[in-house]
Design a protein around this ligand. Structure first.
Ligand code: NCD
Length: 309
């Protein structure tokens, strides 16, 4: 396969395993490029990409921008704080702005689930979803599974536990889809109030005891509690959450094997993982960030290759 089966990257749902494998092999090449002294290639010269961020972001926005610049695209950035955004108005405005700017590709983060799908139906540009509310965050799941493949040689057959706020996490949902497609075994672990009722329909194991989950796992992907998406109190206090669902060195050292520790960032040090764990040799958190650029270059490159030029 030399082309993606999709014209937009709206979610991992809808992708085939071969799409992910193509993205990975393309990212392998770009990873080599970004480690050269001259990190730039001309692949996307003359294409204009708009990064539309209606929700806060540091690393995802930077990572996309670096990826676009390494591919020699022209880049325009737009950010708005989510509080000033109302769904219908903003997306229609966005559509009109994009149409008049003759943009070829749009990378969009938006608080509303399905915002990317909506946009893809109304404009003639390739859309990449950089996070739509608590729904999907496909490039994060691609870089996460790519980082597992890099550290462990393969994703197939590996046991991955996703720990924390599963209910409000787009990283969890996209990771579950990607890990399932690649043949990993998936477990979610967290307080039962933060595990959605529909989770069993996704074919994952559920565990509320963190120690048991870690004893089972090869990899633990530790998520941040998404306070900004919580309208209720889902657990008594942060202190209690971190006692029950936080990973420290004592817990890691008490396991009879070395598990790989991941985190999509931003980390709340001392809540879901301690600083010592985040900075330990078992942690691949900075590899995830590095791989994010190569993965985003691959996705941009593969979608751009489907544009008539
Ligand atoms: C994640 C996100 O925005 O969903 N972060 C990211 O993309 N770097 C996870 C999070 O915010 O906790």
């Amino acid at each position: 396969m030399s082309q993606l089966s999709v014209n937009h990257l709206l979610g991992i749902k809808g992708l085939k395993r071969e799409d992910i494998e193509l993205i990975f092999s393309t990212a392998d090449n770009f990873k080599e490029v970004i480690n050269r002294p001259i990190k730039k290639v001309p692949s996307l010269r003359d294409l204009t990409i708009a990064n539309l961020f209606f929700e806060n972001s540091t690393r995802t926005r930077l990572s996309f921008e670096i990826a676009e610049k390494r591919l020699s695209a022209d880049v325009v950035n737009f950010s708005a704080s989510s509080s000033s955004v109302s769904k219908g108005e903003t997306l229609i405005d966005t559509v009109n702005n994009i149409l008049s700017m003759k943009v070829d590709m749009v990378v969009m983060r938006h608080p509303n689930p399905g915002a990317g799908v909506f946009l893809s139906k109304h404009i003639d540009a390739r859309i990449i979803n950089a996070g739509d509310g608590a729904h999907e965050h496909p490039t994060q799941a691609l870089l996460d599974t790519y980082s597992i493949r890099e550290r462990l040689g393969n994703v197939e057959g590996k046991k991955v536990v996703i720990v924390g706020d599963i209910l409000h996490s787009r990283v969890a949902l996209s990771n579950i889809y990607a890990l399932n497609l690649l043949g990993a075994e998936v477990m979610v672990c967290g307080p039962s109030t933060l595990i959605p009722k529909f989770i069993h329909t996704l074919g994952v194991k559920v565990e509320t005891d963190l120690r048991k989950a870690l004893e089972w796992a090869d990899v633990a992907n530790m998520l941040r509690v998404q306070h900004e998406r919580q309208d209720l109190k889902y657990f008594p206090s942060i202190r209690e959450y971190s006692q029950m669902y936080g990973v420290d060195m004592n817990l890691l050292n008490s396991l009879d094997k070395d598990i790989v520790i991941m985190h999509p960032g931003p980390i709340n040090r001392g809540v879901e993982i301690t600083s010592e764990v985040a900075d330990s040799p078992q942690s691949i958190i900075l590899d995830q960030v590095e791989n994010g650029v190569a993965i985003r270059m691959a996705v941009l490159y593969l979608l751009a290759s489907k544009i008539d030029r």
